[in-house]
Design a protein around this ligand. Structure first.
Ligand code: TRP
Length: 446
C-alpha cells in the first residue's frame, strides 16, 4: 500500500466507515442485548448515547485521523508534536490498538458461526422448526472443534484482506456489499413483519418500561453504542487518515451514524416479530438469538434455504468489513514502524487474536463452568472491551479534542457552521465526559 494514499471520492470513506460500523454489532448483538436488557428502555438509552456521545466522538476521531494521516498511534504522535502537547495522549492510540485485537478475538468466533450457518437450514420435513433451531445452535457451540475451525477461517480471511492493505483490500468490495446488505435487511424486515408478530415487536423495542432500567442496563447500552459505531479504539481514526481533505466531517459522520442505527433497528424489527410468534423462542436467549430465530423465518419462506444462505453470506461479509478495522490500527503502526512488514505484522496480530479467541470458544463448552471475576471468559472480554475500554477511549478523545486542542484549528478543519460547532464542542467538553463518568461511577459504586 502506498503511504498517505487518499481515497477517491466522498463515498469511499462513507462506505469504509459504514462497513466498519455495520456488522455483527447491528444484526447479532443489538437484538440480543435489547432482549436481555428488557427492550425499549435499553433502546432509548442506546439511542441517546449514539446521539449525544457517539456522534461527536466519531467526528472527533475522524478529525484526528485526517489531521495525522497515519496510524492512530502516529496520528496522535503528530498532533501532539504539532500543538506541543504532552505525549501522554498517545496512550490512547496504544489502548485502542490492544482493544481492537481483544475485540477481534471473540468477534471472529461469532462471525465464524454466521459463516457456518451459510450451510445450515432446517429440513423441509421438520414439524417444530423453532425447537430444531434452538437444538442446532446448542449442539453447534458444544463442539470446540467445529467452532475453532470456523473461527480460524474467519481470522485467516480477515488477515488476508488486511495484508493486502485497506485501500486495495476493502475499498471496492464494500461499495457493492453495503447497498446489497441494506436492501436485504429491508426486504427481510418487511417479510418478517407480515409473517410474525410485528406490533408486539414494535412495542417491545419502542415502548420503554422504565422499571427495567438499572446501572447494568445503562452501562451495556453505552457500551453497545460505542461498539456499533466502531468508536473509542481508533478504527475510525485509522480510516479518517484516508479521507479526502475537502470532505465535510460533520455531514459524512451523520450519514454513517444514520446508516448504522437504521440497520440495527431494522434487524430488531426483523428478529423480534419472529420471536414473539414462536413460543419456544425467548427474547432473553442471549448470544444465540440471531442463530435461533433467522432459520425459523427462512424455513417458512419459498426458496427459504437459498435466501437463508444469501443472508448469512452477507452477514459474514459485513463481519469481515468490520473485523478488518479492528486489526488495521495496530497493523498500520507496525508497518509504519518498519520492524515487520504489513503481512508479517498482520500474521502476528491475527495469531494473538486467534489464540485469545479460543477462550471464547471454550466458554460455550469445556470452560462453561469456569468463571473469571464472576464472568465466563467470553463475557469478561466483552465487558472489558465494550463497557470499559471503548467508553474510556471515548472519554479521552472527547477531553482531548474538546479541551486540549486549539478550538480555532479544529473549527477551520471541520468547516461546520459556528452555531453547530458550539453544540459539537459542548458535547465533547461537557456532555460526553460527564455522561461517561457518571455511568462508570454509578455502575461501580452501586
Ligand atoms: N462496529 C462493528 C459492528 O457493529 C464492530 C467493530 C468494528 C468495532 N470495528 C470496531 C467495534 C472498532 C469497536 C471498535 O459489528
Amino acid at each position: 500500500m502506498e503511504k498517505n494514499k487518499i481515497w477517491q471520492g466522498n463515498w469511499t470513506f462513507i462506505m469504509a466507515a459504514a462497513g466498519s460500523a455495520v456488522g455483527l454489532g447491528n444484526i447479532w448483538k443489538f437484538p440480543y442485548m435489547t432482549g436481555t436488557n428488557g427492550g425499549g428502555a435499553f433502546v432509548l438509552i442506546y439511542l441517546l448515547c449514539i446521539l449525544l456521545i457517539g456522534l461527536p466522538v466519531m467526528m472527533a476521531e475522524t478529525y484526528i485521523g485526517r489531521y495525522g494521516r497515519k496510524s492512530p498511534i502516529n496520528s496522535l504522535n503528530k498532533i501532539t508534536s504539532d500543538f506541543s502537547l504532552n505525549k501522554i495522549w498517545v496512550i490512547l492510540g496504544w489502548l485502542g490498538a490492544i482493544a481492537g485485537i481483544m475485540i477481534l478475538s471473540y468477534y471472529s468466533v461469532f462471525a465464524g458461526i454466521a459463516a457456518a450457518y451459510i450451510f445450515n437450514y432446517i429440513p423441509a420435513t421438520e414439524i417444530d422448526p423453532a425447537q430444531y433451531s434452538i437444538n442446532y445452535f446448542s449442539k453447534f457451540v458444544s463442539s470446540p472443534q467445529k467452532m475453532i475451525l470456523w473461527h480460524s477461517l474467519f481470522i485467516i480471511t480477515t488477515c488476508v484482506v488486511v495484508g493486502k492493505g485497506v485501500v486495495e483490500g476493502i475499498g471496492k468490495t464494500i461499495s457493492i456489499l453495503m447497498p446489497t446488505l441494506f436492501f436485504l435487511v429491508i426486504a427481510l424486515c418487511i417479510y418478517s413483519s407480515f409473517s410474525g408478530d410485528f406490533s408486539e415487536a414494535f412495542n417491545f423495542l419502542f415502548n420503554p418500561d422504565f422499571s427495567k432500567i438499572n446501572t447494568s442496563v445503562v452501562i451495556s447500552a453505552m457500551g453497545q453504542a460505542f461498539f456499533t459505531l466502531s468508536i473509542g479504539m481508533g478504527a475510525i481514526m485509522a480510516y479518517g487518515a484516508y479521507m479526502p481533505k475537502e470532505q465535510l466531517i460533520g455531514k459524512t459522520v451523520l450519514i454513517i451514524v444514520f446508516l448504522d442505527t437504521s440497520v440495527a433497528l431494522l434487524a430488531g424489527l426483523t428478529i423480534f416479530p419472529i420471536v414473539f410468534s414462536n413460543p419456544e423462542l425467548s427474547v432473553s436467549s442471549g448470544p444465540g438469538l440471531l442463530f435461533e430465530t433467522l432459520p425459523v423465518a427462512f424455513h417458512s419462506l419459498p426458496f427459504g434455504n437459498i435466501f437463508a444462505s444469501i443472508f448469512f453470506i452477507l452477514i459474514s461479509i459485513a463481519a469481515i468489513s468490520s473485523s478488518v478495522s479492528l486489526i488495521e490500527p495496530f497493523t498500520a503502526w507496525i508497518e509504519e514502524k518498519g520492524i515487520f512488514s504489513r503481512v508479517q505484522g498482520v500474521i502476528l496480530l491475527g495469531g494473538i487474536a486467534w489464540l485469545l479467541g479460543l477462550g471464547s470458544v471454550f466458554s460455550f463448552n469445556i470452560w462453561s463452568a469456569k468463571t473469571f471475576f464472576g464472568f465466563n471468559f467470553l463475557s469478561l472480554m466483552d465487558f472489558i472491551t465494550n463497557n470499559l475500554m471503548l467508553p474510556m477511549g471515548g472519554l479521552t478523545i472527547s477531553i482531548f479534542v474538546g479541551w486540549i486542542l486549539n478550538k480555532e484549528a479544529v473549527q477551520k478543519e471541520m468547516k461546520i457552521p459556528k452555531s453547530l460547532f458550539k453544540v459539537f464542542i459542548f458535547c465533547l467538553r461537557v456532555i460526553a465526559p460527564l455522561a461517561i463518568s457518571i455511568i462508570f461511577l454509578s455502575y461501580f459504586f452501586s
